[in-house]
Design a binder for this molecule. Structure first.
Ligand code: ME8
Length: 500
């Protein structure tokens, strides 16, 4: 039987600067979900990449004195190198300058154009280049008579030019229906967009730019003097990567199970604009749109443009490993709310959870197996109580992950580790005449927890499996009390304690 498919995407990021922890947050969350679904035995396709066209990139490259292509080549490689450091297991890293993407954009837009859903007009409005977005009255803020972008607090530019428009207004009902169908998680974000549509309606949007102003983009297939608006170009990446217009079977297989993970800043584009474009292409809306809040830095959204950034390198250096960084980002992730990056909170969780609860348990069990049993631990009678906890934890974790409750799932896995620590304290294998049954059960708890944690901390899981002599399994096969024998080569200290 064909394996169930699972398609997960991150936003494709603007490579105008290196990624920061906001980008890492989304990408790690998506990676955790991708890896978790692989553990469930699914055929996962995980997509990330860079959004390389548009005025922002054009200007940044000009500022650096290089061509846009040279600039994005260099920057997309930097994004890749960070995702490697963070062990992001993407199946494709898409770049909007990739030839198959350029082809997809032309194909999709020609289709929409031929349906009469694109018309010529004049656009006038206030534009933020950092957002690549027009702001209408009520959306921007005004200070000393200057109109400012509400996100970047930078002056908006007045733009008045010929443009082609997309008839979004004809798709209001379709978009509303999709929003009401429960595909947006958490639902508060669907309500937010619905509220805005109710208030303003869905207006037609400008989807091209005159080439003389924005040359760095994909040419409109029906008018070579225009380039496609970067957001329309970018959204279509989700179709390119799974073979839209080239491989129908593959496309259908993955499109039916697509999960987009995004930050709330780009919610409008991923609902109003995206759902409408999909309907114009006669495609269903995504299966799920998972929206998370911002990482704030002292109450303000962290952003490259504002300059209040915590870098990925800082985090890697502070917490010592990419697994620890991944753990902490997932541990404090919230979809509903923003998360304020608090170094004390992160350090305390690192010390209490990773170093003490997990690290100590692993080390204690390993040391005792080596000291008491010469490193060889065989299967013995199962402790019913610990087995029950392990089963319940696995069951609950699967349910939580199925509902994208990533942080709660982590806490639940740690319940098993806490229970195993308490079990060791109670049973005192260091005093026991026959310590093997106790150590076997504690080790089984380590194995079951580690196997689930492989989605969050893949290096740690692989390393432990190697030095303790077990194999990481699919979740279906993961049963407490089923591993035959362990060979403990060394008892590692997984996470060194951090000082304040
Ligand atoms: O918007 N907190 O790219 P982008 C949480 N190219 N998440 C954050 C964050 C923060 N402080 N800062 C950034 C774009 N992010 C477009 C996307 S997709 C078809 C095109 C994350 O480089 C979050 O996922 O500005 C947010 O939605 C995304 O980065 C924006 O990245």
């Amino acid at each position: 039987m064909a394996r169930e498919a699972f398609y997960i995407t991150t936003p494709i990021y603007y490579p105008n600067d290196r990624p920061h922890i906001g980008h890492a947050y989304t990408t790690v969350l998506a990676d955790v979900l991708a890896r978790w679904n692989r553990l469930l035995g699914k055929d996962v396709f995980f997509l990330t990449g860079t959004d390389e066209h548009g005025l922002k990139l054009q200007r940044t490259a000009e500022k650096h004195g290089v061509s846009p292509k040279e600039f994005v080549d260099k920057m997309s490689a930097i994004f890749k190198s960070y995702w490697e450091k963070l062990q992001i297991s993407y199946n494709r890293f898409i770049r909007t300058t990739d030839p198959d993407h350029v082809e997809t954009v032309k194909l999709a837009l020609s289709k929409i154009y031929s349906k009469g859903l694109i018309y010529k007009g004049v656009y006038k409005g206030w534009y933020c280049t950092s957002c690549e977005k027009f702001y209408s009255e009520g959306e921007y803020i005004e200070k000393d008579g200057v109109k400012l972008c509400p996100l970047h607090l930078k002056p908006l530019e007045w733009v008045e030019e010929e443009s082609y428009f997309l008839k979004l207004s004809e798709y209001e009902d379709t978009v509303v229906r999709a929003l009401e169908s429960g595909i947006v998680y958490p639902p508060q974000y669907a309500r937010e967009v619905l509220g805005r549509i109710r208030k303003e309606g869905l207006r037609d949007v400008s989807i091209t730019r005159p080439k003389e102003r924005v040359y760095w983009g994909i040419e409109a297939p029906w008018d070579k003097s225009h380039t496609i608006y970067v957001w329309v170009d970018a959204l279509l990446n989700y179709l390119t990567a799974i073979g839209y217009g080239r491989d129908e079977d593959r496309f259908k297989r993955y499109w039916s199970v697509v999960h987009h993970v995004i930050g709330k800043d780009i919610l409008w584009f991923h609902t109003a604009l995206w759902f409408a474009i999909l309907a114009m292409l006669e495609l269903p809306p995504p299966r799920r749109l998972l929206v998370h809040g911002f990482i704030l830095c002292r109450g303000v959204k962290m952003s490259k443009t504002i300059g209040n950034i915590v870098s990925i390198d800082d985090l890697l250096e502070t917490y010592g490993s990419s697994d620890a960084v991944r753990y902490l980002l997932a541990r404090f992730s919230t979809f509903e709310k923003d998360m304020d990056y608090d170094p004390d909170l992160f350090r305390n969780a690192y010390n209490a959870e990773l170093a003490d609860t997990y690290g100590n348990l692993v080390r204690r069990v390993g040391v005792l197996v080596r000291r008491k049993l010469g490193g060889v631990l065989r299967r013995r009678e199962v402790d019913e109580e610990l087995a029950r906890v392990a089963d319940e934890v696995k069951h609950d974790t699967m349910k939580l992950m199925d509902r994208y409750r990533v942080s709660e799932a982590l806490v639940r896995i740690f319940d098993l580790l806490r229970e195993a620590n308490a079990y060791l304290n109670r049973k005192e294998p260091w005093r026991a005449e026959d310590p093997e049954p106790i150590l076997y059960n504690a080790m089984e708890a380590v194995r079951v927890a580690t196997n689930m944690l492989a989605a969050f901390m893949p290096s740690t899981a692989a390393r432990l499996a190697d030095v303790y002599g077990f194999r990481l399994l699919g979740l279906e096969e993961l049963v407490f009390g089923s591993w035959e024998s362990y060979r403990v080569k060394e008892a590692p200290i997984l996470f060194k304690k951090l000082r304040a």
